[in-house]
Design a protein around this ligand. Structure first.
Ligand code: ZN
Length: 330
């Protein structure tokens, strides 16, 4: 027995020592995901989803039942989490493994739970508002002043049939400007069939990044990033970023939903236009934990990006935009 146990023990020690040294020397380079949704898991929502599922837009007829826009016909469909705990456990495990910091908006209880489970400072709370009916300006300003929320977003007036420069939202942006809170605004994409099947107030035209110009002119100190990078309006996005030197974008949502070649073309176009320092990584994480890896893979495998450009998108640009202390996130 002794003769067998000893070599086994040695092997275990060796493996143990090896993986320990790997943990020390091979810590993943830090990543910031600027676009995560802290939501309660809807247990009735158990359907699977293939990434890049909008690759095939079916035809159809308004007098017939709406087409099914989801696609589960791929090698490895993503599975939705079955409970809040399962979602949290999967998220925190991936954050630890890949050294990720997240900016999370949504349910405050969920955000607090994630903060308790994650390493300190790795979950940055964000508060979203898309219409004045959701919260008064006073209540909103109080929430920002409490110190819990460091970011304002996701602001998505497009789904309400409104421009981001709509007068009814102005005081909210004014509060964020005064308190030096960065703001993320949904512009551009909504997914296929959004206006006539999913969300009747949605208008594609209200996702035009140029609609931000009046807001930016009125609030010159406001730090704004365009969520979903204004996809698919690349020309307007480039024009806005050119004219407004402090506007950044994130690539969330579009990175895992539209056809992969199209996603890469879009990101490449923005980089090619000179905005590699103003593109931030984001997932738009919802109930599918594996979206983190799926989305990261797009940037990691982008042959048109250099190592430094990938590091900018995955980390450096967000550190600069949100004025974070990079030394605490390594
Ligand atoms: Zn959005």
């Amino acid at each position: 027995m002794q003769k067998i146990q000893l070599p086994l023990l040695c092997l275990c020690l060796l493996i143990g020592a090896h993986s320990f040294s790997q943990q020390i020397t091979k810590k993943h380079l830090p990543i910031i995901d600027v676009h995560v949704h802290a939501m309660k898991v809807d247990t009735g929502w158990s359907r699977e989803m293939c990434p890049w599922f909008l690759s095939d837009m079916p035809g159809g007829d308004p007098n017939q039942p709406p087409p099914n826009l989801n696609n589960t016909d791929c090698a490895e469909p993503l599975k939705a989490a079955n409970s809040d705990q399962e979602f949290q456990d999967a998220l925190i495990a991936t954050m630890n493994r890949l050294n990720i910091t997240i900016i999370a908006s949504g349910d405050a209880t969920i955000i607090r739970n994630w903060q308790k489970a994650a390493a300190p400072g790795r979950v940055i709370p964000s508060i979203g508002i898309s219409s004045s009916e959701e919260m008064s300006v006073v209540a909103f300003t109080d929430s920002l002043s409490s110190g819990f929320y460091k970011v304002m977003g996701e602001v998505a007036p497009q789904y309400e049939g409104m421009s981001p420069s709509d007068a009814s939202l102005d005081a909210y942006f004014g509060a964020a400007e005064k308190l030096n809170i960065p703001v993320g605004i949904h512009m551009g994409t909504g997914g296929n069939g959004m206006a006539n099947i999913m969300s009747p107030k949605f208008r594609a035209s209200l996702g035009n990044p140029l609609l931000l110009e009046d807001l930016l002119a009125k609030h010159p100190k406001l730090k704004v990033w365009v969520m979903h990078a204004g996809y698919p309006l690349a020309d307007e996005m480039i024009a806005l970023m050119g004219a407004n030197a402090y506007v950044y974008v994130d690539v969330a949502g579009m990175i895992w939903s539209y056809p992969l070649a199209e996603v890469n073309d879009y990101i490449k176009r923005l980089v090619q236009a000179g905005f590699g320092k103003r593109i931030m990584y984001g997932t738009d994480l919802m109930m599918y934990p594996k979206l983190l890896e799926t989305s990261l893979g797009v940037i990691e495998n982008a042959s048109y990006l250099s190592f430094d450009q990938k590091r900018d998108i995955l980390f450096n640009n967000a550190v600069r935009f949100f004025r974070l202390d990079a030394s605490k996130l390594q």
